[in-house]
Structure formats: C-alpha cells, structure tokens
Ligand binder design. Structure first.
Ligand code: ADP
Ligand code: MG
Length: 238
C-alpha cells in the first residue's frame, strides 16, 4: 500500500510538471503560428514548406492539449451528474465520425442509474478518449457498445466494448505508459490521462481484450467521491 501511495504521488507531480510545460509551450507556439500566417503570402513557390510546418505545429498542439488535461484546476468541483447525459453528449459528438467509418454506437444504460459525483469535463474527456480508441481499432467498421449499470450500492460500471483489432498480451501492460502508442499518428497520452482522471474520482479501469475480436474497457466509478483520495483497491492491469 505504501508503495502504491508513493507511485501515485509521483505520478501527480510528473503530471503537474507535464501540464505546466505544456502550458508554457502553448504561448510561444501561438506567436509562431501568427507570424507564419504573415509569411504565407511572401513564400511564393516555397509555400508548401509552410504547410508542413503548420501540420507539425498541429501535432505539437494535439500533444499539448492532452497533457494540459493533467493540470488539475485549482479546485476541481465534483458535482452529482447523470451518466446518461454525459454519455449521450459524448456519443453525439462522435456519431458523425462513426457514421463516416461505418461504425455504430449502441448505448445500453440501466434505468435509475444513480448520479455520480464527478468532474463533468474530466469524465467526458475520458469517454471521448475511449470511444476514439475504439473507433481507431475498427478500420473496417463495426459496433461499439456502451453499457452502464449499477455495481452494488456505492458504485457504477461503464463498459466500452468494441469489435476492433484487440490488444496483444505483451502490449497490454504498456497501455497507459506515457507515449506508448501503436499508431502512426498517435500520441500515447490518451490512456494515461484517462487513468489519472478516473483515479482522481476514486475509480478504476480494467482492460480485457482478444486479438482480432475486440476490447472491453471497464470503468468503475464510486457514486460518492471521498475528499481524501484512498489508494486504489486493486492493482490495475495498467
Ligand atoms: P493513442 O490513441 O494516441 O495511441 P492511447 O493512450 O489512447 O494513445 O492508447 C495507447 C495504445 O493502446 C494505442 O496506440 C493502442 O495500441 C492501444 N489501445 C487503446 N485502446 C484500444 C482499443 N480499444 N483497441 C485496441 N487497442 C487499443
Ligand atoms: Mg487514444
């Protein structure tokens, strides 16, 4: 337990540092983008160089935006929210993208699901990350199921079940390590950030996967947040 607490403290210091650096890099980047725009008309036939620079800047911005999520706002407010609303909102955001890729999102949310004390934006970010990963794992389309149900009296379980490529055993334990990605354009930060947010809620994440069949990401969230975070109950597979 001692060890667990120390690891999670270390993580949060590293997280704060990463977010701090991300924030500092964003400002000069904004200036660079502005001046590049001004240069655009003067570049003539070398204009295509600028496009490369701009797309590389976009990539830096993507990485920064993922790292910035690690910065805990001064006082994160945990407010009781309906998971149905959060999930519906997030699903709506990604529906068009899904349709374009032949992906159907099916939600099955238990009626009378209790409210969850949460940081709404944090949880939305997590759900978006998991849905995007699921979609990216299904290049030929398919179905994503989202299940949400009660789990005893004091927590709920949300599952994201995809029919994607799956995750080989030897990669499973690397997921959630900063910058671990198998994607050409991946950042390898989505899972780490999601894990951090769920742990801030006193929750846990569990992955089960079968290569070529699909992956299930299971999130367990307590209904009431503890003011002093407890160490995780189980050692997660992450
Ligand atoms: P990124 O999506 O930028 O690669 P993530 O942290 O979100 O970074 O995910 C890390 C890696 O975990 C991915 O590159 C992928 O190999 C694996 N992964 C995550 N979710 C899934 C999923 N639903 N199906 C298959 N592989 C997944
Ligand atoms: Mg991702």
């Amino acid at each position: 337990t001692e060890e667990l607490i120390r690891t999670s403290e270390k993580l949060s210091v590293a997280g704060q540092l990463a977010a701090g650096i991300a924030h500092e890099i964003r400002n000069p980047l904004t200036a660079i983008k502005g001046f590049l725009k001004l240069l655009e008309s003067e570049l003539g036939e070398k204009k295509h160089y600028l496009q490369i620079v701009q797309s590389e800047i976009q990539r830096i911005e993507l990485i920064l935006s993922e790292l910035l999520v690690l910065a805990k706002p001064q006082a994160t407010k945990f407010v009781p929210k309906e998971m149905r609303l959060l999930l519906t909102h997030v699903t709506a955001l990604l529906e068009t993208h899904g349709n374009l890729h032949n992906i159907q999102i099916i939600t099955e949310i238990e009626p009378d699901l209790p409210l969850v004390e949460c940081d709404e934006n944090g949880l939305k970010q997590v759900f978006i990350n998991f849905l995007k990963n699921a979609m990216e794992a299904m290049p030929n389309g398919g179905e994503i199921r989202i299940e949400a149900k009660k789990n005893g009296h004091d927590s709920i379980v949300i599952r994201f079940i995809d029919q994607g490529c799956g995750i080989p055993e030897e990669q499973l334990r690397k997921i959630g390590q900063p910058f671990f990605t198998t994607k050409e354009k991946g950042t390898g930060l989505g899972f780490m950030v999601s894990k951090k947010i769920i742990e801030d809620h006193g929750g846990t994440i569990h992955i089960t996967s079968r290569v070529n069949e699909g992956t299930t990401i299971e999130v367990t969230l307590p209904i009431h947040i503890q003011t002093t975070p407890l160490p995780p109950k189980h050692v997660s597979t992450l």
